[in-house]
Design a protein around this ligand. Structure first.
Ligand code: M6R
Length: 608
């Protein structure tokens, strides 16, 4: 997604911004740009493609200045070319703006500007903001931004500089994240706190409609009505400095292999062995309320949605509470019915996904308590929720989510256990589940030993253009997640399906060119899925089966058998997902793709 880093202080600004761009890179982008004051003159450098293209343009530049803004763009309005890259300039070239989000009424604003004779250099919605600020500029940038934003509809996080005000950096936000980092005689604005924690850990989370005026001496936050508001400075941890690929060729592979440790961190201190229960500090205040809920809605996007589907089965199985799972993008506009005993969960790794945030607010607006499962501490969704549980798996850098998925499922199992113990699970049953959850890191470790075997299977199939992924019950969402992993990094078409549904249509696709990945551990539905596998085989499909020991009769007719360790059947998604992550990874590498930053994708989707 688009990213912003801006700086005002005493250091040479260019290296600070270049470092910021590199740290934003993991989010995914298709062009980048820098705007800075060089010896008092506003200069802009932009390039489509990777940041190295921008660096080439900066190679022979000697910049003198310590105020600037930079941006990575993920195209929404206009293709990813140099003209559309940020920053955008006002007519006359004195004011530069970088922007995340979407200006919904940009067409109306643009029409008015065109009627006034302003010409446009790009197709973006952002350029309108630069011109609109200039329209109100009378020697005070902060006032001009405030006045301009009165006319702007939509979501934005912006950083603005002006050639005539070399000691001022302005930031503003509505519906898109923007945080201020406060250092000694220097300050930073960013859309992603991980980009600046190496410089300062004193952070101000700006709120919607805040406009912050930042100078070297300090900052002042005003609301849109021009009233000064107070915002607390918070200390954040500097986890992000540690994130390196180490010996791994890609962050994605590193994160897949980190999962035993990640799950250990996720469950640490949260399992009560003797009580057969889970203790989740973020839910402590809601414990009484949790006892009376009779319906749960979980809303999320992408991989987090598939984790939610596993959660649905877990909660229904252990706690007996009806659960509905809904895409956040649908939930937010659907006028959902939320009763007084309905509890809503949102799930988001980044905690910044626009649709999930909007769904959360819609649920709160209808009176629901909303608890969230997030990874990024201090993220907007985490801060907006009424409580929740962090994953504690450290930053996930690969755009394809892996360790977050399994941590989300693990957290959902803890929640299901806690809700179950309030209802129908005995302490003995609870103790068995606690032991099963505790056994996950070791089982994941075992499953990772299949890596070489899976690489060989990937070599056979990486040139295929279509895949089907099938599963039943707990493994239907796993199949969906496996297909998502494959398509997002290999660009190969893949569909996840409930295995028994295939005969209602998709079976027509099956022939010798269709690899079918079937997730079929030995569980209550094993015989059923064996029949589904036979139906595929009978039509010439190539069968790659993820199963457990004692997998006869699958061994007789599958083309490839991947045997993962067994754990409690409700927790098996954490194990069966591992070979699917590895398969997608190896196929993508063999296809020669940029695994950590696949085309068109972004780590957190902050537009709807
Ligand atoms: O940060 P979130 O969990 O809210 O993100 C939701 C999806 O955008 C995300 O899971 C996406 O589908 C990933 N690229 C999947 O690997």
């Amino acid at each position: 997604m688009c990213g912003i880093v801006a700086y005002i202080g005493f250091r040479p600004v260019l290296p600070v911004l270049q470092d910021g761009l590199k740290r934003l890179e993991y989010m995914g982008y298709d062009s980048s740009g820098i705007g800075l004051l060089d010896s008092g003159r506003l200069r802009i450098f932009k390039a489509p493609g990777k940041i190295r293209e921008l660096e080439k343009k900066l190679e022979n530049e000697e910049i003198k200045g310590n105020l600037g803004i930079c941006h990575t763009r993920w195209a929404t309005h206009g293709e990813p070319n140099e003209a559309n890259a940020h920053p955008h300039l006002s007519a006359g070239g004195k004011i530069a703006v970088v922007h995340n989000g979407i200006i919904e009424n940009y067409a109306v604003l643009k029409k008015k500007l065109l009627a006034e004779g302003i010409s446009f250099a790009s197709e973006t919605d952002t350029e309108v903001v630069a011109h609109w600020i200039a329209k109100f500029y009378k020697g005070n940038l902060s006032q001009a931004v405030l006045k301009a934003l009165e006319h702007v509809e939509g979501a934005f996080g912006i950083a603005v500089i002006c050639e005539d005000e070399p000691d001022v950096l302005i930031g503003a936000k509505r519906g898109s994240p923007l945080v201020l980092g406060v250092g000694e005689n220097e300050s930073f604005l960013t859309s992603d706190v991980s980009t600046i924690v190496g410089h300062t850990q004193k952070i101000v989370y700006l709120e919607d409609n805040d406009v912050v005026t930042v100078s070297r001496a300090g900052f002042e936050v005003k609301n849109i009505r021009d009233k000064t508001v107070s915002r607390e400075i918070q200390e954040v941890d500097n986890d992000f400095e540690l994130v390196q690929k180490g010996d791994f060729p890609h962050f994605m592979l590193k994160e897949i292999f980190e999962q035993p440790e990640a799950i250990k961190n996720c469950i640490r201190g949260r399992l009560l062995l003797n009580d057969g229960n889970a203790k989740l500090a973020g839910l402590d205040k809601s414990l009484k309320e949790l006892r009376s809920i009779d319906r749960i809605i979980i809303t999320a996007c992408g991989t987090s949605y598939y984790a939610a589907m596993v959660g649905e089965y877990l909660i229904e199985e252990w706690a007996g509470i009806p659960v509905e799972v809904e895409y956040a993008s649908e939930f937010r506009y659907r006028n959902p019915i939320i009763g007084s005993n309905t509890l809503v969960f949102t799930i988001s790794q980044s905690g910044e996904t626009a649709d999930t945030l909007a769904a959360l607010k819609e649920a709160q607006n209808k009176g629901a308590t909303v608890l969230s499962i997030c990874n990024v501490v201090g993220s907007t969704i985490a801060r907006t929720s009424n409580g929740g549980v962090y994953l504690h798996v450290g930053p996930e850098i690969g755009i394809a989510s892996t360790k977050a998925f399994n941590a989300q499922v693990t957290v959902l199992s803890l929640i299901a256990l806690l809700l179950g113990r309030q209802r129908r699970l005995s302490s003995v049953q609870g103790m068995e589940i606690v032991q099963a959850i505790n056994s996950l890191p070791a089982a994941v470790e075992q499953a990772l030993k299949l890596n070489d075997e899976i690489l060989e299977i990937a070599k056979v199939y990486y040139k295929h253009t279509n895949f089907l992924y099938l599963g039943r019950h707990f493994h239907y969402p796993v199949a969906m997640e496996g297909a998502l992993k494959l398509k997002e990094i290999s660009y190969i078409h893949a569909e996840g399906y409930p295995a028994a549904e295939v005969k209602h249509g998709p079976i027509a696709l099956i022939d010798a060119n269709m690899p079918v990945v079937i997730v079929a551990p030995k569980d209550a539905l094993f015989d059923k899925i064996v029949s589904n596998a036979r139906e595929i085989k009978a039509r010439g499909g190539k069968l790659i089966v993820v199963t457990t020991a004692d997998s006869a009769p699958l061994d007789e007719f599958a083309d490839h058998i991947i045997k993962v360790p067994s754990v409690n059947s409700a927790l098996m998604p954490v194990i069966t997902s591992i070979p699917l992550q590895l398969l997608a990874y190896h196929i993508a590498v063999l296809c020669g793709n940029d695994v950590d930053q696949p085309r068109n994708l972004t780590k957190s989707v902050m537009v709807e």
